[in-house]
Design a protein around this ligand. Sequence first.
Ligand code: GLP
Length: 238
Amino acid sequence: MVLIRENDFDEMSRCAADLIAAQLKRKPDSVLGLATGSSPLGVYRRLIELYEAGKVDFSRAYAVNLDEYCGLPATHPESYAYFMKENFFDHINIKPENTFIPNGNAADPVAECVRYDHLIGWLGGIDLQLLGIGFNGHVGFNEPSRHFIDETHRVKLTASTLEANGRFFPDGKPPAYAITVGMKTIMRAKTVVLIAGEEKFEIVKRAFTGAVTPEVPASILLDHPNAAVIYTGKETIE
Ligand code: GLP
C-alpha cells in the first residue's frame, strides 16, 4: 500500500480519476467497484469531464457499488442507487444493465447478500475498487468490530456513522441498517484507491500508521499489494 499526499480535494480527485481512466484504457471491460459519499464526488465530476472530452469510455465497463441503505426506495434522493445515477451514471456511457448495487429492500436480505457475492464472483471480481473512509475508519459500511467480515452482509450502523451521515437527511436520521460488501471483496480487488479529504486526516493517520485491526477496518489495506491511499492534509504521513 502506498500513501499519496495531494494538495487539495481537486488534486486528490484528479489523481484518483486518472487512475480509473488509465484502468479503463488498459482494460475497457474493467469491473469498477464504486463508492458513495461526498468524497468521490470530485472523482465522478472529473471522470464525466474526461468522458465528455472523449478521453475515457465506459461502454464496456461494469460498476459494482459497495453498499446501500436498507429501507429506502431506489428513488429516494439519499439512496445510493439514486446517488450513483444522479452523480455519475446518467452522465457517462455506461450501460445501465452493467451497473449493480445491493438491493436494500430485498425481502430476504441474507439471500440478497449471497446473490451479490455470487454476482461479483461471476463478473470475475473487482479490477479497481474506489473507497472513501468513515470518521471511524469504516470502508463501505464495514464498521469497526472485533473481527473482519468477509462476505456481503447486513449491518447495523454505528452511532458515529449515523451521526456523520445524518447531514444528508432532512430529519438528520439515516436508516439504521445497510447492506455492504465484505472485506474479502475489497481485499481481492486487483487495485484499491482510497480517497480521503482533509477532514479525514486523523483517521487516515490512525488507520495507516498502526497495526491492522478490525477496530479500524480500513487498516487492512496495509496488507493489500496494490492499494493507494490518496489524502490531503497539512502533514505528510510516513
Ligand atoms: C458512507 C459510505 C462510505 C463512505 C463514507 C464516507 O458511510 N457508506 O462508503 O466512504 O460514507 O462518506 P463521506 O465521503 O461523505 O465522508
